[in-house]
Design a protein around this ligand. Structure first.
Ligand SMILES: [Zn+2]
Length: 219
């Protein structure tokens, strides 16, 4: 296998393989079988440049560090973190940079159970800059009420709706994301992390497998 953290590795990785790396990483995390990782070696490997395979928008919550929950190391992930994993222009710019200029193959929005931002939005908290951020979560509360409690793994309707809402906003507001997704150059994922057991529910997977099937047919 090609060395991770090289341009060639990232160019040859399909979006679906990127999705599988995240699934496997979360399994390792849950089973506590973390890869034997040498941070100094990763510093050496990544000193010439970075080739992270995924860009993940997640919450600032201290219990949901993406590198840990997907068992990844230095140089593996672009991590964008903000309370309630909401979307704004600066976040869109960061995502566009990751996929278009660095070549990350997977875009993921990761919410989590027991999210303080979502709880505050439900309570209608009004204070300082927090007010505006919580307004972005309000549509998800309405949506979850309309949908009723769907049969999601973690029974947390607003949290799921909020991830869906962020994904929709990204696709509607970013032409770059939409075009690269339609060309199957990137995959898109929505997930919820459960702070009680470490499990990620990859409930939304818009990552196509097609390219790999084509490749296999050529062998
Ligand atoms: Zn949160």
């Amino acid at each position: 296998m090609m060395r991770k953290h090289s341009k060639e590795y990232l160019q040859n990785l399909t979006p679906y393989q990127g999705y599988e790396l995240l699934v496997e990483g979360n399994k390792r995390f849950m089973n506590n079988l973390k890869m034997n990782r040498d941070h100094l070696e990763f510093i050496n490997q990544t000193r010439e440049g970075q080739y992270p395979f995924a860009v993940i928008l997640s919450c600032m919550d201290s219990r949901t560090s993406t590198e840990l929950v997907f068992d990844q190391g230095l140089g593996d992930l672009f991590s964008i973190r903000v309370a309630g994993n909401i979307v704004n222009n600066d976040i869109l710019a960061s995502i566009e940079y990751a996929i278009k200029y660095v070549g990350s193959k997977v875009l993921m929005v990761l919410g989590h159970t027991e999210c303080g931002a979502i709880k505050s939005a439900k309570q209608g908290v009004v204070d300082g800059h927090i007010t505006d951020l919580l307004k972005r979560i309000q549509p998800s509360i309405s949506k979850a009420l309309l949908n009723g409690d769907k049969d999601h793994l973690f029974h947390d309707g607003v949290t799921y709706a909020n991830v869906e809402n962020s994904l929709e906003e990204i696709l509607i507001r970013s032409k770059i994301v939409k075009e690269m997704f339609e060309k199957e150059e990137i995959g898109i994922l929505g997930g919820i992390y459960n702070i009680e057991n470490g499990q990620v529910d990859f409930f939304k997977n818009l990552t196509k497998r097609k390219k790999e099937i084509k490749l296999l047919a050529n062998v």
